[in-house]
Design a protein around this ligand. Sequence first.
Ligand SMILES: Nc1ncnc2c1ncn2[C@@H]1O[C@H](COP(=O)(O)OP(=O)(O)O)[C@@H](O)[C@H]1O
Ligand SMILES: N[C@@H](CCOP(=O)(O)O)C(=O)O
Length: 329
Amino acid sequence: MPTGRIVVKVPGSTANLGPGFDTLGMALSLFTWVSLEHAAATRISLLGDNMSGIPKDKSNLVYRVAQAVFEKAGAHVPELDIVICSDIPLTRGLGSSAAAIVAALVAANALIGNPLSQNELFQMATALEKHPDNVGASLFGGIVAAAWDGTSAEYVRLEPPAGMEILVAIPEFQLSTKKARNVLPQHVSLADAVFNVSHSSLLTAALATGRMDVLRHAMRDRLHQPYRSALIPGMDIILENAGDHGALGAVLSGAGPTLLLLVDSRDPKRGQLEGFLKDVMSKEDIEIAARWLEPCLHGPLVRYLEAGDPDYRLEPRDVLSRAKAEVGA
Ligand SMILES: Nc1ncnc2c1ncn2[C@@H]1O[C@H](COP(=O)(O)OP(=O)(O)O)[C@@H](O)[C@H]1O
Ligand SMILES: N[C@@H](CCOP(=O)(O)O)C(=O)O
């Protein structure tokens, strides 16, 4: 079994893209870093502004997922030195839990010499997250169309259209995926099911062929957004009108509360969008952080630090900042 420190960088993601509920995901240029190494006693260090409320004991998601890898691989590594750092705001619909799961899976697998295949990691990630859209995007990068039948997941990766940018409006308040799933109905009408199958198919085909002109029509949804809109004041106005202010399409990102706009980088009207988002949300007394992002084309980047590596003995914060610089911050 190799010894040393593993550092993994994994992209966050947006799920659903409107009608592709629990199916479509896209990796984003926001990242989580996880470092793992063998230790005499477990220690979990949390770095950065997005770690509030994350446990530092063995109930931590990264620790638990790493143990699931060791168990599946028949390895025994009960004690770990873990460092976690993330750009991805928690519980905002930008896939922080999926990125943490994928980072833990990939880092733990690398720590014991990569006995599990990428497909085995995808199956484990999907079973842990309970839907394949975010974890698929974090694991494979780009846009992922994935289906899970409760036992096994399959996916196809697409290259995002060139020149497509993303503007997100991240509200100050948190909304857990669990809460946002609890407002969804158990049954939907055949008409709504047909609406989503057709729009999700159209959207996937449009993304695969670069037909950005179709996105506004294709990104409409009847399965989750109408039920979740009561949890996000201002959402309906933004989804309905963003197209008139320069967006190709506007949707709830994952389970929300972040709102996500796809934008053609060549559109001269794109400069209006931030003001439009802020105006609508301030009328609802909600502060937002507006951030321009890009699709992330890669999945996890892994760096292995051997005991002889000059970075190996550094403090976790320094190791992560060096690793960030090396694999791209
Ligand atoms: N880096 C991390 N390390 C440990 N736990 C994490 C990490 N990131 C997210 N989580 C867990 O995932 C939860 C957020 O998941 P979720 O409600 O699905 O929202 P999101 O849309 O951000 O994925 C957090 O409250 C925390 O329990
Ligand atoms: N398909 C899921 C996606 C949840 O994404 P998250 O980033 O909010 O965790 C859903 O819509 O519930």
